[in-house]
Design a protein around this ligand. Structure first.
Ligand code: ADP
Ligand code: MG
Length: 227
């Protein structure tokens, strides 16, 4: 309808603006980081000042993450669909994060349940989704724990579970996950889940959340099986 068209036009203008702004913010950020680096190397910098510089560096890194995630969100993504071997895709993610898992005493297990599913999708963007979900699981297990990634199937769909033994999510928080900029972390961007949801929806799938406070969270990604 006319109204619908107008809304999507508005969205794309806002999107273009956001992408432009995000792009413009990157250069001054790099400059700021460079000078912080210089200051932290200066001999006259005191321990206290080093601490402040460290905080500033962390916050700049956060702005950088927000900006790059916003850039991805604002730009209409051209999906490169092909047959994706989900197991292979997930194994790459696990390899990528195994050192980080070790460092945080997190044990990752993978259960394929005898499945070897393929989906029609964008390999890189699906990796982005899984990476976001695994990172969230890691961040929920600050004291270490277990992450179980498993594959199951149901009537034409494959389900990928990311089950962690982390802090869990309070009920009033669950509903807010995926809202732009919603985060409970001091260094979070609150864009990771939104991005993941957007990508999975573009694949005609969906994500759901199950969580028990103090016991852990299972995030499930449902994707239509492709052949
Ligand atoms: P960020 O990770 O930057 O905070 P996300 O969009 O990835 O942003 O996640 C939003 C919020 O959802 C997190 O701040 C956290 O509160 C919650 N969350 C997501 N995944 C989990 C999980 N596995 N366990 C506990 N909380 C989670
Ligand atoms: Mg996240």
């Amino acid at each position: 309808s006319q109204e619908h068209l107008r809304n999507s036009e508005k969205l794309s203008v806002v999107g273009q603006l956001a992408a432009g702004v995000a792009h413009e913010i990157r250069n001054p950020l790099t400059t700021l980081k460079g000078f912080l680096q210089l200051l932290s190397k200066s001999a006259s910098t005191t321990t206290k000042e080093l601490e402040y510089l460290d905080i500033m560096k962390n916050e700049l890194t956060r702005i950088e993450s927000i900006v790059s995630e916003m850039l991805v969100l604002a730009k209409p993504q051209a999906l490169a669909f092909q047959l994706v071997d989900l197991k292979e895709n997930l194994e790459t993610i696990m390899r990528l994060l195994s050192a980080q898992a070790n460092m945080h005493t997190i044990e990752i297990t993978f259960k394929d349940n005898g499945l070897s599913p393929t989906v029609m999708g964008d390999d890189t963007q699906l990796k982005q989704v899984f990476l976001n979900l695994v990172k969230n699981a890691f961040e929920a297990m600050a004291q270490g724990g277990k992450l179980c990634i498993r594959l199951t199937s149901h009537s034409g769909y494959v389900r990928v579970d990311f089950a962690d033994t982390g802090a869990g999510i309070p009920e009033d928080v669950v509903q807010k996950i995926g809202e732009p900029f919603f985060t409970t972390k001091s260094t979070g961007t609150g864009l990771g889940f939104l991005l993941s949801k957007r990508i999975v929806t573009a694949h005609n799938g969906w994500i759901d959340i199950q969580s028990k406070l103090g016991q852990g969270t299972t995030i499930s990604v449902h994707l239509p099986v492709g052949s």
